[in-house]
Design a protein around this ligand. Structure first.
Ligand code: LLP
Length: 423
């Protein structure tokens, strides 16, 4: 099992590139990704027949291109993600399943794209079966089943149970078989995803739910998907899932079902966070250090428009300090609250769920130093916004010892594109 990294409170470089140099060259706030980390995480999952990356976690075209070259396929939750995958070179040829549309609804644009490119669909609602059947009779589909339970790192990322809008409720499989039959659709895949950032105990429950559901569908099945949800440690006391054990559980399910159906089933996994979280860093420059009552606030030039996870889920990210010159490791450590430039009190990177401001012990900082928010590669840039008319950050990929710009910083023109003042 992978050992939890030691999160240091100071750092001078990212993948061999000095943080201060990256900031000087590309500006701040800046997202930086280390390609080697993504490659390692892909290799960790190589026992599974298919790794289907949940591109929602980090979908820059360069990342998708590199992942594709490692043999990883993708899911797409929207028309935009379908177009992204195609732009990154994923094939739609000959009924290829390289891109699977996985959602709970078809909006009109995504249904048109699915038909245009002949994409396989993972249906999260019974209506999708009929809507696809009407447009493309004879389709093979996957069903995303809500097994009646779920678990995530936050209630907002729990995607199972009756509070969740996701998936086809587990007691409705038979109705779906009838509906599929009526519309000339064949169910060839089953998928379950109970939440993001969960643990082995909950993930294991999915195995037995899958086995039961698959036996109900029967021998038309050719693929089962374990979904995503694999956690990464954001704190010292958090762990990885024991992947060998996890694979063994799923392999057991696959083998029993393969025997029951008389053909070997394909076993998929659909990680987002696991592949990308630890590859990413958000660099921000310290712009003010001030005392507010008892609290020491360090204010930086990145806000929740750049990284929404702390304000949205109370998510904890490891944070380290880079001195503008010298090494922050030599400095005294003090408790500080780290916040951004936005006009809301929630614009704090050190907070707990429920919006409670928290402090972090870090090397004392001065204006012009940098803070590096770590494990920011999943659900970081992709959830960023233009709130407060902030332009979105640039993205850089480090590979082969070189830092390459993969997304230019937005400009004011990008910000107002499409806006019209009627005469
Ligand atoms: N498959 C499906 C159908 C999903 O909905 C998701 C995530 C995944 C796979 C990938 O899950 P992962 O392996 O990344 O846990 N914004 C939240 C996470 C939301 C995840 C939504 N669905 C966060 O920042 O924690």
């Amino acid at each position: 099992m992978l050992t939890v990294p030691t999160f240091s409170t100071s750092r001078t470089e990212i993948a061999g590139q000095p943080v201060a140099d990256l900031a000087a060259k590309f500006g701040t706030p800046l997202y930086v990704y280390d390609r080697e980390v993504i490659d390692k995480r892909i290799a960790d999952l190589s026992d599974f027949d298919t790794i289907r990356y949940a591109q929602k976690a980090s979908s820059n075209l360069a990342i998708l291109d590199r992942i594709r070259k490692r043999g990883v396929v993708v899911d797409a939750v929207s028309a935009g993600e379908i177009r992204r995958a195609i732009a990154a070179g994923y094939s739609t040829d000959g009924g290829s399943h390289d891109i699977v549309y996985t959602a709970d609804i078809f909006d009109r644009e995504s249904l048109d794209l699915v038909i245009e490119h002949g994409l396989h669909v993972n249906c999260g609602s019974p209506d999708m079966i009929s809507q696809l059947g009407e447009r493309r009779p004879g389709s093979d589909v996957t069903l995303r089943i809500n097994p009646g339970f779920g678990h995530g790192h936050s209630q907002k990322t729990n995607t199972g149970g009756q509070q969740s809008k996701h998936g086809i409720w587990h007691t409705q499989i038979n109705d779906c078989l009838l509906r599929a039959d009526q519309t000339g659709v064949t169910i060839t895949g089953l998928h379950m995803h109970i939440g993001s950032g969960t643990d082995l105990e909950h993930l294991s429950e999915v195995c037995s739910a899958m086995e039961k559901a698959a036996l109900e569908v029967g021998r038309t099945l050719t693929t089962i998907s374990a979904g995503g949800g694999l956690p990464v440690p954001y704190k010292h006391d958090e762990t990885y899932v024991d992947l060998a054990k996890y694979f063994e559980l799923w392999d057991g399910v696959r083998n029993r079902l393969s025997e029951a159906f008389g053909h070997r089933l394909n076993l998929e996994i659909e990680p987002g966070r696991y592949l990308s979280a630890e590859s990413g860093y958000l660099i921000a420059e310290v712009r003010s250090v001030k005392k507010v009552g008892e609290n020491l606030f360090t204010l930086v030039d990145a806000g929740f428009n750049d990284l929404a996870r702390p304000v949205m889920y109370g998510a904890h990210h490891p944070i380290s300090v880079t001195a503008a010159s010298g090494d922050a490791a030599a400095r005294e450590e003090v408790d500080m609250v780290i916040g951004g430039p936005l006009c809301e009190s929630g614009d704090i990177f050190t907070q707990r769920e429920g919006g409670f401001v928290d402090s972090r012990k870090l090397p004392i900082v001065r204006v012009g130093d940098f803070i590096v928010i770590e494990n920011a590669g999943a659900y970081g840039f992709v959830m960023s916004s233009n709130y407060n008319s902030k332009t979105r950050a640039a993205e850089v990929l480090i590979e082969d010892g070189e830092a390459k710009l993969i997304r230019a910083r937005e400009t004011f023109d990008d910000l107002i594109r499409g806006e019209v003042i009627p005469q």
